[in-house]
Write a protein that binds this ligand. Sequence first.
Ligand code: ADP
Ligand code: MG
Length: 749
Amino acid sequence: MVQNDILKKYFGYESFRPGQDELVESIISGRDTLGVMPTGAGKSLCYQIPALMMEGITIVVSPLISLMQDQVGALVQSGIRAAYINSSLTMNQLYAVIRNAEAGVYKLIYVAPERLDSELFVNFARKANISMITVDEAHCISQWGQDFRPSYLNIPKFAASLPQRPVMTAFTATATQRVRDDIVRLLELRDPFTLVTGFDRKNLYFEVRRPSDKFADLKRLVTAYDKEGRSGIVYCSTRKNVEDVCAKLCEMGFSAARYHAGLSEEERRVNQEDFIFDRRRIMVATNAFGMGIDKSNVTFVIHYNMPKDVESYYQEAGRAGRDGSPSDCILLYSGRDVITAEFLINKSYEESEQEPAIAEETKRRDLKRLRDMTYYCTCGDCLRGYILRYFGEKAPLECGCCSVCCSDSEETDITVESQKIISCIYRAGQRFGIKVICDILRGSESEKLSGWGLDKLSTYGIMKETSERRIRRIMERLEVMGYIKRTEGDRPVLTVDNSALEVLRGTVTVKARIPEDEVKEKKQKETLVYAADPKLMEILKKLRQKIASVQGVPAYFIFTDATLADMCEKRPCTPAEFLNVSGVGSAKLERYGDEFIGAIKDYCGENPPGEPTVKKAPVNRMKTPEDRNRAFEELERGISQFSPSEENMNITALISSIITAAGVNVSAANLRTAVLEWLISEGYLQVCPDSDGGERKGVTGRSAGIGIFEEQFTASSGKSYTRVLYSPRAQRFIADNLGNIGGYQAAHL
Ligand code: ADP
Ligand code: MG
């Protein structure tokens, strides 16, 4: 079978996400491969699909027991033979797994890095046919990564001990070049194909809020989520916060659990399971919670406190929306968070046992990162854009899906206010902190001010009408722009930077997006509704829960929320239609098809499809026949921009270059299906059996005439595959025929 068929058959997906395709191709061609993709991008499939295509066994090195259980559980559900070996197994279980492995039962075996030393495992591996070693969370091998695991360093030794060197592949979400270099060097990858995909997660909505009462705000948010049955994580910076917030939420009747490193191992395990199995909806946790949590239906991540850097923030927030559902990442900011974070950095500096010069450097770097994080919360620029640029990517000025882009407040000129603040700091002798400067500007009548003679300053009372809140926000803005500075220490003092002269002279203008004083209600972002039909969604969720409880697995092992939502939209009533749902492969059809189809049919009998009652989140699908025709018309119009590549391409690459060239917003999966169906209907392709007893699309007598041909290629395992390629001529032919393809598609709806 070719990779696209495996994707559909086992995983139930129509098309690859960006990058997956190329990584799979590279691996099956036998080349060492390194994939760097953000959390939730779908790294697992990139090695699981080649593992199924190659002869022999793939060993997956994975750092956490929970991760392995999660992945193996999901594979088994999809009808793939897999097992894990780690310290959670009893001796008997371990022997049983090894016996099975020796008998060739498994295609994938997940192991903890520590196991690579064990005699039992090494003996097995030497005799087995190991075609690939995959290192998941590969940044654990680097001391520069966040989660260094010394036992990862044993991997190359293990690989070298095998009779034949397997293909080596590595995956991580960590972006920095230094860590990437470490992975290649320490894992001894040979001339690896490296692919770094974009870090944008389009389904995530980012928001920064500055509530005057954080808990009240949190309560408002989780109340709304709770009504929609959504599950999520609330991150706090300290253990004490975790306990307070969790206790208060539970008192109010929310279904919350807590997690931090100070709890007993038993409590952590129980709470984590309660969350993963949907027995508790909200997890309140420190950053100790998360790595290895692949729970796919987390649809919000709220930060009760600002984290220490953007890396941590994006990793934690990125745990939302793994299955692609629209999800919220909300940060509740207050100036206190900055002070707490500074305090922690200074403390770890003082307690550091590193050489002074290195400790000094570490502190400097941490403070810089903290400033960058603070900037995210205060800058008033597009939040997504800021994050992407932070990770070295290009990003448009506005993303349209963050609190800044969705807010009403326009950027306004704050030059005059800035001048007043700067000159006040200067005239007061650069000896005072934020509070005193605010008091002077607002003309406070406190005795302290008059005692120091500060009420005689020319800047005294010149911002009487402005709220302290607004002045503070402008100060923040000036600080991140570098015009004013705050000294370190317990009583930070504001000072003026030389560059501020330009502001005072009026040669530069200062702009910011700062809401007017009367707290204007933000424009409500469109409520995201996940299912075309919430009632049906509820029914399907209950059914899923029932099945999951019987099997004792988390609900999302059965189907993700995104898959249920697609069922609501497609309302499949036959096995073939059910298979058409994104996330349904043949194993799941067989196992759950009857029950779900039954439930959907019952529901449809009572509720014929009518006008949708709720507004739906925008999805890139061609929906109604009119929509489809329109999409094809647009495609036809835009296609003049398309020029064939000089190289032969596979269908996925061709479709994506057509869409890109035409600049049209259509679903690649649907277009791909439409094109393939049309080619088959015209006799340019046919469905034929493949070597594994599955089906694939192959050439016909007519294919060569338009430049479609097949190519055999052999993987390092010795196995050979057939792939269909589209020459420049075939590419042009398909582009020219989009109109016909659209007509065919419309006629077959
Ligand atoms: P990562 O390891 O990169 O964080 P995972 O491999 O855990 O991400 O995948 C995240 C989610 O995306 C899973 O629910 C997975 O089933 C889903 N997914 C992966 N590839 C695709 C695809 N091509 N189409 C749709 N969903 C996908
Ligand atoms: Mg992963």
